[in-house]
Design a protein around this ligand. Structure first.
Ligand SMILES: NC(=O)c1ccc[n+]([C@@H]2O[C@H](COP(=O)([O-])OP(=O)(O)OC[C@H]3O[C@@H](n4cnc5c(N)ncnc54)[C@H](O)[C@@H]3O)[C@@H](O)[C@H]2O)c1
Length: 359
């Protein structure tokens, strides 16, 4: 009989519920502890999700004293760094919510800690589990496009600004970039094999979030609701990134991969004011190439699926823990995603191109 895995949850807010549900559908996994810094919140969460064997804590460090196989870190972004480093040092594998951290220094230390301790740091980008994302990755990596020299990704919502912990720099670190931009970057960069970024030239603004006409928490809104950046990578690749939570426009366009032999256009799915961003959905994949000198376009058939992507990411983490496999989405790789966001923040503030220093 296989041993039951013991999991702890740190941060029992909105997304922690999705983690619990994903663990509950797996055989041989028990959520045995929950920590939240708000006194009483972890106990309420345990009650709500019917976790009879789980113990509540106000201080996550007490939870880390338990014998656990892994922890899901579901705190707001600003607390990702300390909780992750402490969990790894306490000998727990980590399933961390996105974005990885707030600063690049933090991300580097988190990845280094995983390496030093030998425990897994897995970052939760569930859109990767969409089979259509695999199609995009397969086409890009097959060589069919030739040398890919330009990628454009991100997109924009006409009106789709969250509130709460997402709009305060002190808690979220960044706005639209940390919320949805990190997904677009992850999907495009993962398709490209996560090339190493070298420089960033960026602009960001928050004309909508800080205007009471558009946001009912405008007085505490101090992150960006719009950002654009040109990022240079090793091997002569550039990426044009744009992200918007709000704008007077229907879309900022699809994700594009331009290669010397072909091009790929990925149109995000969805309709309405919260759509228009490549943050997890695929509406259409179009392949452009020449056949005997004729411009040819073909629609790549999408996989119509009902897969719960969130459950898939948690299942993959659990299997890696159980089988002693490496992290499915390793922190070491996602450091490059965080480096770009960090570069965008620095470049927007300085109004200059900035260099990304990475080992
Ligand atoms: N993958 C996804 O689809 C997805 C969706 C939403 C949010 N997220 C990410 O999940 C994270 C949490 O978002 P949320 O919407 O659940 O936030 P939330 O504010 O609803 O919940 C966060 C909880 O963490 C607790 N907390 C904060 N610091 C803590 C600490 N040091 N120790 C213990 N508890 C602490 C808070 O009290 C709160 O209850 C964010 O990083 C966000 O980007 C991911």
């Amino acid at each position: 009989m296989t041993r039951r895995l013991k999991i702890g949850i740190i941060g029992s807010g909105g997304i922690a519920g999705a983690h619990v549900q994903a663990y509950q559908v797996l055989a041989d996994v028990d959520v045995v502890a929950v920590a939240d810094m708000i006194p009483g919140k972890a106990a309420q969460f345990i009650d709500f999700w019917k976790l009879p064997s789980a113990v509540p804590f106000d201080d996550y460090r007490k939870l880390l004293e338990l014998e656990l196989d892994g922890v899901s870190i579901c705190t707001p972004n600003v607390a990702h760094y300390q909780t992750t480093v402490d969990a790894l040092r306490a000998g727990k594998h980590v399933m961390l919510e996105k974005p990885m951290s707030v600063t690049l220094e933090e991300a580097v230390e988190m990845a280094d800690t995983a390496k030093q301790t030998g425990f897994m740091l897995n970052v939760g980008f569930q859109p990767r589990y969409d089979p259509n994302m695999t199609i995009i990755q397969d086409v890009v990596q097959s060589g069919q496009l030739g040398k890919v020299y330009y990628v454009e990704t991100g997109g924009g919502r006409r009106r789709g600004m969250p509130g709460g912990t997402f709009i305060s720099k002190e808690i979220a670190g960044a706005g639209a970039m940390a919320d949805i931009g990190c997904y677009s970057l992850d999907m495009a960069l993962n398709a490209m094999g996560y090339p190493k970024p070298l420089t960033v030239s960026a602009y960001s603004s928050n004309y909508f979030g800080t205007n009471p006409l558009y946001h009912n928490e405008a007085s505490r809104f101090d992150v960006e609701d719009f950002g654009v950046a040109m990022i240079r990578f090793e091997d002569d690749l550039v990426l044009n990134f744009k992200i918007s939570w709000a704008m007077h426009m229907d879309t900022l366009g699809p994700t594009l991969f331009l290669g010397t032999d072909g091009g790929l256009k990925v149109t995000p799915a969805g309709k309405g004011p919260w759509s228009g961003v490549f943050d997890g959905s695929v509406g259409a994949i179009t392949y452009f190439h020449d056949v005997r000198g004729h411009h040819t376009e073909s629609q790549i058939p999408l996989v119509d699926h009902k897969i719960n992507l969130f459950n898939e990411k948690v299942r993959d983490f659990v299997e890696a823990v159980r089988d002693g496999k490496p992290a499915p989405i390793p922190g070491e790789q996602i450091v490059r995603n965080q480096a770009i966001i960090d570069g965008i923040i620095r470049s927007s503030a300085s109004k200059r191109e900035v260099t990304i220093e990475l080992r």
